[in-house]
Design a protein around this ligand. Structure first.
Ligand code: NAP
Length: 285
């Protein structure tokens, strides 16, 4: 997959006048040297369900080895790992609450000792909501959302960076949200966390760039998942009216963007940016 995509980028003048076989070998060699991560080993946090599961499956489909992190859904996470192994790559489910530093450190140690290759990308996807209006929001609801959706991204990125900076290659992809860009009533905690992720992405991109590690974020809009299933039907009809493409997104659509950022050689030169997969909702009406 990596070599095939790179080959398309290397069909220019450097290879004119050589035999197709030699040309293909040269293309493959240059392609192998050009992409950031070597053999891909990608950690997806919160991959037992929803968007994270779709990302993990897409990565497996594209030939990456995958670590399926989860908080409590052991059976579901192991089923995802099994499905990925059925694609002919390695996969492993690992429990860790990403908001807890000791659990994150232990997860990375397990990854280090279980795979031959170092981690090449992390998709920081684990997230929760505790929605309510500001005047009713309990401090615990504020803190729980900040801990998982913001501190968790920091902790998992920090451990990933320790390994990637040494290797001078790696990709960190943070799942933010359009809510971090445009706000949403009832989600002050979530908006703060997701907006924080956008700022942190840019700071980390600047810190890590000289060592070949890229950091980007993805902002999904309203995507069909357990998270949006909790929202009331009347509200969702109103939401759909605000989406230029007129429908909710699919987890597979977010997964495609994440797999592109994590694996495709075209993204070697992309860092510090956020990519919306939102049906156009963030551009407003
Ligand atoms: P979801 O269906 O509720 O799934 C959440 C996933 O995160 C589960 O795998 C869950 O694991 C895991 N998780 C939760 N807390 C965790 C923790 N402390 N440590 C490790 N894993 C944890 O959510 P989703 O809709 O797929 O959302 C995924 C991401 O996309 C989130 O960051 C969310 O904010 C973002 N997002 C979603 C939408 C949307 O419309 N759905 C829109 C924008 C952004 P367990 O199953 O083990 O609990």
């Amino acid at each position: 997959m990596l070599a095939a995509s790179s080959a398309e980028a290397f069909t220019g003048s450097a290879f004119t006048g050589v035999t197709p076989k030699l040309r293909n070998t040269a293309i493959a060699t240059r392609a192998a040297k050009s992409h950031g991560p070597d053999m891909s080993l990608v950690l997806v946090t919160g991959a037992s369900r929803g968007i994270g599961k779709a990302i993990a499956l897409e990565l497996g489909k594209r030939g990456a080895n995958v670590v399926v992190n989860y908080a409590g859904s052991k059976d579901a996470a192991e089923a995802v790992a099994k499905e990925i192994e059925g694609m002919g790559v390695k996969a492993m489910a690992i429990q860790a609450d990403t908001s807890k530093q000791d659990e994150v450190i232990a997860m990375y140690k397990t990854i280090d000792s279980s795979f031959d290759e170092p981690i090449s990308a992390v998709i920081n996807n684990a997230g929760i909501t505790r929605d309510t209006l500001v005047l009713r929001m309990k401090y615990d609801d504020w803190k729980a959302v900040i801990d998982v959706n913001l501190a968790g991204v920091f902790l998992c990125s920090q451990e990933a960076a320790k390994r990637m900076l040494k290797k001078k290659a790696g990709r960190i992809i943070n799942i933010s949200s359009v809510v971090g860009q445009i706000g949403n009533p009832g989600q002050a905690n979530y908006a703060a966390a997701k907006g924080g992720v956008l700022g942190m992405t840019k700071a980390m991109a600047k810190e890590f760039a000289t060592r070949g590690v890229t950091v980007n974020s993805v902002c999904p809009g309203f995507i069909e998942s357990d998270m949006t299933a909790e929202l009331n039907a009347e509200y969702m009809e109103e939401v759909k009216k605000m989406i230029p493409l007129g429908r909710l997104g699919y987890a597979s659509e977010v997964a495609g963007m994440c797999a592109f950022l994590a694996l495709d050689p075209a993204c070697n030169y992309v860092t510090g940016h956020s990519f919306n997969v939102d049906g156009g909702i963030a551009i407003g009406q």
